[in-house]
Structures are given as structure tokens and as C-alpha cells.
Design a protein around this ligand. Structure first.
Ligand code: ATP
Length: 431
């Protein structure tokens, strides 16, 4: 990877993509806030995902469920018992680490040799209390994955949408894990966002749909501008798979800090529906209307981390050419689709025409305005945040109604009619 994580973190802070959370109070361990440009990039990723996997498919519906669920959900799903990482503590400095992250038996913090005893299980569920009493009856957990609500709502969804197999339920939302060692910027945090699909199928079709989703995930990565040469598929061995999974592939990406999981694809069998059926006493079987057969559908689960998507997109987009630094974001993902400049900030006619163009375009797209400094500096500033097109209004615009449009990636300029700008941008951001 040509880019360092320091470059990414510093760009994110300087230009308002991501700030350290609670910074004026000294921060809060590994929490991050998305700033004005970061929220646009993140929303564009989520919107593109929703369009692609929900709006454009007949076999998919979406939900947006509560973050805190009945504790029985986590008993049934196995999370209270199984959702744990191995924890070790340094004998000398007492710092705690995730054992499977450590390469040696030496403490990465104080350097103590043979610093660790046997690993203990540490449950990653984040606990809180609902209501005014802080007793065990009021203890609840923030969801560690969005998936469970898709199973818990399965019956309602089937009866209200009348979807027939195969079909999927999609959700985008926050998840919480009390990670032992968060870090690497927004890669691993205790509060993060996921985009998940539970795709319900007949058991005999699982391999076919596993392959289908594997291809869909690759197609998605290509579409958001991730170079597939930096993606590696890891067939997760049985002993490392989650308790519910019969097959898992991790899609790893060459992040600047190493090859790490970006997304995952799992075959969850009928584990979840079967288990919720048992724990809730509700019949969660699917009834085939033609054959009257009743059974628990099996599930293929493709899962995407939103924050890891943001990070991988930024790392992939970061480019340097000589002095020029630019974010090669796809136009669909770029926070601003275009920036509008009056060539001179002190010529009323030019400024008025430019303002009119800016206001018209703003009705349709996120567009930036810049009249500071010279045009070269404005290009530099827009390049750094990935704005694909810079539109300059000059004297010629007043004469013949044309403007210059400068392309971020090639730095080439062309003159087009100001009336054609909206179609021009629209054609570039169409997916
Ligand atoms: P890891 O092995 O990195 O802990 P995981 O295998 O536990 O990840 P999953 O349970 O498969 O992760 O979660 C689905 C997706 O959610 C991951 O592929 C990742 O994109 C994202 N994700 C998981 N944990 C975090 C986290 N702590 N911070 C940010 N994103 C996360």
C-alpha cells in the first residue's frame, strides 16, 4: 500500500472527514466522529449499498431495528455464551491484550518477556441498564451485530411482505463490541456500523447462493473503487469460525497496517431461526405455499463494516503525482460532486453568474463554492477531498455561456455550455 495510515489520519482531521471523539476532553479511547465531509462519504457508501442491494432487487427488503434487544435474543443466538475473545494480561504492567493478536509471548507495551499466562475468555457484549434501577433485572446489551433483528423479525416480515424463498433482509446500523484492543484508526472501534444481509434459502441451495454473494461482494468492492489486487479471500478454518457458521470467507484488504478483514461471508445454516424458535416458543418455520412443506430456511450472510469501507475507500483513493495529492474517489462517493469558482472574486458579473450556476447545481448535487486565493490553490484544495469536477466561470462565460470543467484525475480542462452542466455531472455519477 503506497499510503501510510498517518497520511490518512492527518488528511481526515485537516479536511473534516474524521476527528478524534470527545477531543476537547482528551478524547475517549478509540472513538471517532465523522466530520462534514466524512458524513457525506459514509452516507454515500450506505446509499450506494442500499440502492444496489435493496432498491434494485426484487428479492430483498430492508429494516431498521432497535439497537437494544430483549436479553433472551442473546441467549438464543449464543452470544452471551460464545461471543468472546481470548484475553491475556501482562504480569508486569497489567495491560490487557487479545491473545490471538500477539505474535510473541513478550508484552508489546512494556517489553516484559514471557509476560502472559493462559488466555481467559472475555465476552465482548456491551452491557448497560434500562430504566431507573441498576439491578440484574434491568441489565441489557447493545447489539454486537445487526443480524439478530433480521431473525427476530422474520415472522413479521414474511407475513407482511409475502416474500417467498429465496429472499433477503437487509439492514444498516450501529453495533457495539467491547473490543479488548481497539485501534488502527476507524478499523476497530467499540461502536461501529454494519451493513448486513440475511439471505434465506433452502438448505440444498446453500453453495449456489454462497457463490452468488461472493461474486456480489467482489462486484461491490470494484464499484466503490477498491483495487481487487489488494483483496484476499481467506477460507476461515473450522476452529476459527463463529459458533453458528459452517463456512466463512473473510475478504481481507491490504490496509497500511497489514492484511486485515474488511468484510465477511458466512453460511449460518438454520442455526438462528431454529434457536429463536426454541427460545421464544414462536413457530419461525417457513411454509411453502405450493407444497405446504414447513421448515427453517437456511441463511447466507454477507456482512460489510461501514467504517472499514470508509477506510479502505480512502486508502484506495489516496493518490500522489509529483506535487499533486488527490483522492481518486468514484464520483458517486465523493462528498462534493463539483466545485464552482468565479475566476475573480472581485468582478461582480462573474461572481453573480457563478453564484447562479452554483445555486442551480446545488438543487441537484452536493456542490462546493470557493472564491478564495487563485484557481490553482482552489484545485489543490478540491483535489485533496476528492471533488471530481471543478467548474470555473470567467469572462468568456459572460460572452458565450461556456465554462471550463477540470477533471480531477487527468487535470485536463474542457469547455462546455453552462446549460449542459447538470446533465454532465448527472451522467458521471449515475451508477
Ligand atoms: P475481527 O476478526 O476483525 O474482529 P469479526 O470477524 O469479528 O472481525 P464480524 O463479526 O464478521 O467481524 O463482523 C462483520 C463486519 O463488521 C466485519 O467484517 C467488519 O467489517 C465489521 N467489524 C467487526 N468488528 C468491528 C469493529 N470492532 N470495528 C469496526 N468494524 C468492525
Amino acid at each position: 500500500m503506497p499510503v501510510s495510515i498517518e497520511n490518512i489520519v492527518s488528511l481526515c482531521k485537516r479536511r473534516g472527514f474524521v476527528y478524534p471523539g470527545s477531543e476537547i476532553y482528551g478524547g475517549l479511547a478509540n472513538s471517532w466522529d465523522y466530520g462534514p465531509l466524512g458524513v457525506e462519504l459514509k452516507n454515500n457508501i450506505k446509499q450506494m449499498w442500499w440502492n444496489r442491494f435493496v432498491h434494485r432487487r426484487d428479492d430483498m427488503v430492508g429494516i431498521d431495528a432497535a439497537l437494544i434487544m430483549n436479553t433472551k435474543v442473546w441467549e438464543a443466538s449464543g452470544h452471551l455464551k460464545e461471543f468472546k475473545d481470548p484475553l491475556v494480561e501482562c504480569k508486569k504492567c497489567h495491560k490487557r491484550f487479545r491473545a490471538d493478536d500477539l505474535k510473541k509471548d513478550n508484552c508489546p507495551d512494556c517489553g516484559e518477556k514471557n509476560a502472559f499466562d493462559e488466555a481467559k475468555d472475555f465476552n465482548l457484549m456491551l452491557k448497560t441498564h434500562l430504566g431507573p434501577l441498576e439491578d440484574s433485572a434491568s441489565a441489557v446489551y447493545f447489539r454486537p451485530e445487526t443480524a439478530q433483528s433480521m431473525f427476530v423479525d422474520f415472522k413479521n416480515i414474511v407475513s407482511t411482505t409475502r416474500k417467498t424463498l429465496p429472499f433477503g433482509i437487509a439492514q444498516i446500523g450501529k453495533a457495539f463490541r467491547n473490543e479488548i484492543t481497539p485501534g488502527n484508526f476507524i478499523f476497530r472501534t467499540r461502536e461501529f456500523e454494519q451493513m448486513e444481509i440475511e439471505y434465506f434459502i433452502r438448505e440444498e441451495d446453500w453453495q449456489k447462493y454462497f457463490e452468488h454473494w461472493r461474486k456480489e461482494m467482489m462486484g461491490w468492492m470494484e464499484d466503490i473503487g477498491i483495487d481487487l489486487k489488494y483483496i484476499h479471500e481467506l477460507e476461515v478454518p473450522a476452529e476459527s469460525r463463529a459458533h453458528y457458521s459452517k463456512r466463512t470467507i473473510d475478504f481481507e484488504y491490504d490496509f497500511p497496517f497489514g492484511k486485515k478483514e474488511l468484510y465477511g461471508l458466512a453460511y449460518r445454516t438454520d442455526f438462528d431461526l431454529r434457536s429463536h424458535d426454541k427460545f421464544s416458543g414462536e413457530n419461525l418455520k417457513y411454509k411453502d405455499q405450493q407444497t405446504n412443506e414447513e421448515f427453517w430456511p437456511h441463511v447466507i450472510e454477507p456482512t460489510w463494516g461501514v467504517d472499514r469501507s470508509v477506510l479502505a475507500v480512502l486508502c484506495s483513493a489516496y493518490s500522489e503525482e509529483g506535487e499533486r495529492k488527490f483522492l481518486k474517489l468514484t464520483p458517486q462517493l465523493a462528498p462534493y460532486k463539483a466545485a464552482v469558482f468565479p475566476l475573480m472574486a472581485n468582478k461582480d458579473e462573474i461572481v453573480d453568474t457563478a453564484q447562479k450556476i452554483y445555486k442551480d447545481l446545488r438543487k441537484e448535487f452536493m456542490v462546493a463554492w470557493d472564491d478564495r486565493g487563485n484557481v490553482g490553490k482552489r484545485y489543490y484544495s478540491q483535489d485533496e477531498i476528492g471533488t471530481p469536477y471543478c467548474i470555473t466561470i470567467d469572462y468568456q462565460t459572460l460572452e458565450d455561456g461556456t465554462v471550463t470543467v477540470r477533471d480531477r484525475d487527468t487535470a485536463k480542462q474542457e469547455r462546455i455550455s453552462k446549460d449542459g452542466l447538470s446533465d454532465y455531472i448527472d451522467s458521471k455519477i449515475k451508477q
